[in-house]
Design a protein around this ligand. Structure first.
Ligand SMILES: C=C(O[C@H]1C=CC=C(C(=O)O)[C@@H]1O)C(=O)O
Length: 413
């Protein structure tokens, strides 16, 4: 489904990026999101983009969802009348993207906001796309509402089924059917009032400043994993796989030395670098080291490359997704096993999420540590890499630790 304003066919849509200096620009980008719903965000350590309103929206599905979204975005941006007085990645036309995990079913979306506030290094700017009433920096912000009660219940893949799924996956791996699969379960949270996306974003940003806090079309979270950032001819990625958490009995030194976690990590690195290398003149991996977050610590590697041609961020993530951090090895076998053992649609969990601009730059993370928010409900999802050595009970505990950021954000901690 595609919708764009009717004006698009009559006059060229105007996009204006203006630098902002002085106190008019907010210290906290998230604090300017005006409404409880419809938040668009990609923010880390105070920098990034937030947006609101909808100048256009493009929805795609199926195996061709990335290519179709890429085509629609190119066609849309070719028709724009852009005046960009800042000229850095994220200025000019921007779309927030959230792509479905699986080819079928699932719907992916690009949302083009009417207003974007952005911050990158010393640059601060406002972009308007199409008609905008008044000064976006003066726009009234509705008070952020916190829920009084949150009730949790089993989702479509309850913990008991999740444990069985992990045990079955381990059996298949010991029988030599595949090397790694990432299995996930979900948890349903119901609040007493409609959930204010800004309440979640604020809590996540406060507790997880080293993560990318995101919101696109009701999918809200704080991901520690960068799938791909394109800045001109440079691409980089932060690959995570292999986890420990407080109370697990495995400290960070033991995580670095753990054969099982190193194996999980190696598959994730290999899947990313094998898919990215054909696009690159040079590619290097630095790691693993340990990324310490309040709820978990991960084995983490940084990948950096120089592009040889000019592929768009969406075409690049099409090649990379799903890496073995969220799919498995071999990719096709793992994806089929996920469908069989989870038996429920992941929707946009573990899919690419972030932004793209009209000049070919973009930042897309993996939609982890989040929830799909709709009215009073939030569906939380979390998964773990399973290899032949995995223990089902331990994976259940690890998945529980991975839902902590969103449980705390809902509870206002
Ligand atoms: C699939 C998730 O985490 C991935 C990212 C980092 C570490 C992971 C792990 O150690 O299993 C997972 O591969 C999730 O948070 O839902």
């Amino acid at each position: 489904m595609t919708s764009a304003p009717p004006s698009r066919t009559r006059t060229r849509l105007r996009v204006t990026t203006t630098p902002v200096t002085g106190p008019a620009f907010p210290e906290d980008l998230l604090s300017r999101l005006p409404d409880p719903g419809g938040a668009l965000a990609w923010v880390r350590e105070g920098s990034g983009l937030v947006g609101w309103g909808e100048a256009a929206r493009f929805e795609t599905s199926g195996a061709g969802r990335f290519a179709e979204a890429d085509r629609l975005w190119r066609e849309f941006t070719a028709e724009l009348d852009v005046e960009d007085a800042v000229g850095v990645p994220g200025t000019g036309a921007v779309a927030f993207a959230s792509m479905a995990f699986a080819d079928e079913p699932g719907s992916s979306v690009l949302v083009v906001p009417r207003v974007v506030l952005g911050r990158r290094g010393e640059h601060r700017w406002v972009t308007t796309i199409g008609e905008v009433d008044g000064d976006p920096l003066e726009r009234a912000v509705r008070p952020v509402r916190r829920p009084s009660t949150i009730r949790y219940s089993d989702g479509r893949v309850p913990v008991t089924r999740y444990r069985e799924a992990v045990a079955e996956a381990v059996r298949r791996m010991r029988a030599g059917e595949l090397a790694k699969v990432v299995l996930a379960h979900d948890l349903l949270a119901v609040a007493d009032v409609d959930i204010d996306e800004r309440f979640l974003l604020g809590g996540l940003a406060r507790r997880y400043p080293e993560c990318w806090v995101y919101a696109v079309d009701g999918l809200v979270g704080a991901t520690p994993e960068l799938l791909l950032r394109r800045t001109g001819e440079v691409v980089d990625s932060r690959v995570l796989a292999g986890t420990t958490w407080p109370g697990s009995g495995t400290d960070e030194e033991a995580l670095l030395a753990s054969g099982k976690n190193r194996e999980e990590h190696e598959y994730a690195i290999a899947s990313l670098t094998e898919a990215l290398r054909p696009f690159c003149a040079a590619l290097s991996v630095d790691g693993p080291s340990v990324l310490r977050l309040p709820n978990v610590s991960h084995l983490s590697s940084d990948v950096i490359g120089t592009l040889r041609d000019d592929p768009s961020p969406l075409r690049l993530v099409e090649a990379l997704h799903p890496t073995a951090a969220v799919g498995g090895t071999p990719k096709g076998d793992a994806t089929r096993l996920i469908r069989e053992l989870e038996g429920a649609d992941r929707e946009r969990y573990a899919g690419p999420v972030g932004w793209i601009d009209g000049n070919g730059d973009g930042e897309l993370g993996i939609a982890l540590r989040g929830a799909q928010v709709s009215g009073r409900t939030a569906r939380l999802r979390a998964g773990c890499g399973v290899v032949a050595d995995s223990d089902p009970d331990t994976e259940v505990r690890e998945a529980h630790a991975k839902t902590l950021p969103m449980r705390e954000a809902l509870e206002g901690l």
